[in-house]
Design a protein around this ligand. Structure first.
Ligand code: APR
Ligand code: PHB
Length: 394
């Protein structure tokens, strides 16, 4: 078998990259170890930056997103029972975010891939990458017990945090930067109307709360919980009671509760690997970086990487721009680090840290007073939240 770009992983990164390359007449094969149903079963965040929405449109996969996604012109912060609206559009010359779940983005991309006729092989095992430093890399894998090989020009490592691509870079070349947060997020999805038209990010002495949504009839709520908590300890009733405790009366009275469709605890991690390329292999999305979900940047940073990589590959195939290939890692990382910073900042600002010193707690409080109390502070938050601009590839 041979192709131009072998893509490892059929999450949003691999599928979006595959779609953009396919539309540009560049051949791809996607290898995914799970089934499509398994991939769609993962519940992830649902806030799309401006640039993400535009790239999905450019890829031709935006019909349902444009019909069903909800444009949000603001978010709200809440601390010490004070509600602070952040008028995103007013503070960013008209930019906004879109509420549209990552699961739906993935479903749209899967359907587009299927109707394009481009090849995706699900249920592959033992994927291994070879000769990445040569002009003729290849990928081996096992499918239904049969050993297979794909020869290609490039490999895109879109296989998430636990994938093989990053592990194929020699240890002496990799530099890893990591910070593990001392708490987790307990999330609950329910078919209940959102408690507030806008998302609410709330600091509370019992812990952080996020009131998010998927549609006008489906809500997603999160509570900061100790890492030692198990999801079985959290009945739906306990979850709703704790949520009400952490919201001011006017909101807790309005909160509509219901059965959970999904409930899970996720640890929070900040992680970046450098460089994001090795020879003819490029790392994309969660394979190269993880953010805590507080800034809603996970999917958006994955799309940001795809934006750079597909433009570079298109320039290579259409205009012979070999020189751009070596620029991918730095271009992608410039934006990744800003996304990491914002996610780190939001996580610090809003969570309760039991082991912080009294001084550090005062600093955190002063940060909240400053950033949420001044137009300059809110503008900084707003421009990062809607997404910083992409650099041009030229
Ligand atoms: N071989 C083939 N496929 C693999 C392998 C492997 N060895 N290892 C992992 N995969 C697949 C996974 O099964 C998964 O479907 O790679 C895919 C990676 O998808 P994601 O983890 O969703 O990563 P990515 O596409 O980069 O999407 C980033 O996901 O975690 C969120 O917040 C994150 O929203 C962001 C988005
Ligand atoms: C979500 O809806 O799941 C969500 C929204 C915003 C975030 C994180 C998660 O910052």
């Amino acid at each position: 078998m041979n192709t131009q770009v072998a893509i490892i992983g059929a999450g949003p990164s691999g599928l979006l990259l595959g779609q953009l390359l396919h539309n540009a007449g560049i051949k791809t094969v996607i290898l995914e170890r799970q089934t499509p149903e398994y991939v769609l079963g993962r519940i992830r965040a649902g806030i799309l930056e401006n640039g993400t929405v535009e790239l999905l449109r450019e890829a031709g996969v935006s019909r349902r997103m444009d019909a069903e996604g909800l444009i949000h012109h603001g978010v709200e912060f809440l601390f010490a029972d004070r509600r602070i609206p952040v008028p995103l559009s007013e503070l960013t010359q008209g930019k906004s975010v879109m509420v549209y779940g990552q699961t739906e983005v993935t479903r749209d991309l899967m359907e587009a891939r299927e109707s394009s006729g481009a090849q995706t092989i699900y249920g592959v095992e033992q994927v291994a990458l070879h000769d990445l430093k040569s002009d003729k890399p290849y990928v081996t894998f096992v499918k239904d017990g049969e050993h297979c090989k794909i020869e290609c020009d490039f490999v895109a490592g879109c296989d998430g945090f636990h994938g093989v691509s990053r592990q194929s870079i020699p240890r002496e070349i990799l530099r890893e930067y990591e910070s593990i947060w001392p708490f987790g997020w307990l999330g609950l999805l329910s078919d209940t109307p959102p408690v507030n038209p806008e998302l609410i990010y709330a600091h509370h002495e019992r812990g952080f709360v996020l009131c998010s949504q998927r549609s006008l009839t489906r809500s997603r709520y999160y509570l900061q919980v100790p890492l030692s908590d198990k999801v079985e300890q959290w009945t739906d009733e306990r979850f709703w009671n704790e949520l009400k405790c952490r919201l001011p009366d006017e909101l807790s009275k309005k909160l509509v509760t219901g059965h959970s469709l999904e409930k899970s605890i996720a640890p929070l991690r900040s992680y970046v690997v450098e460089p994001m390329q090795f020879g003819r292999m490029f790392l994309v999305g969660d394979a190269a970086h993880i953010v805590p979900p507080t800034g809603a940047k996970g999917l958006n940073l994955a799309v940001s990487d795809v934006n750079y990589l597909w433009r570079i590959l298109r320039q290579y195939y259409h205009n012979g721009r070999v020189d751009l290939l070596s620029q991918y890692s730095q271009l992608a990382l410039n934006r990744v680090w800003k996304g990491e910073r914002f996610s780190w900042f939001m996580t610090h600002l809003l969570h309760d840290f039991q082991d912080k010193s009294a001084f550090d707690k005062k600093m955190q409080e002063a940060d909240r007073q400053y950033y949420l109390g001044s137009r300059a502070g809110l503008t900084t938050i707003a421009e990062n939240y809607v997404g910083l601009p992409y650099e041009r590839v030229e």
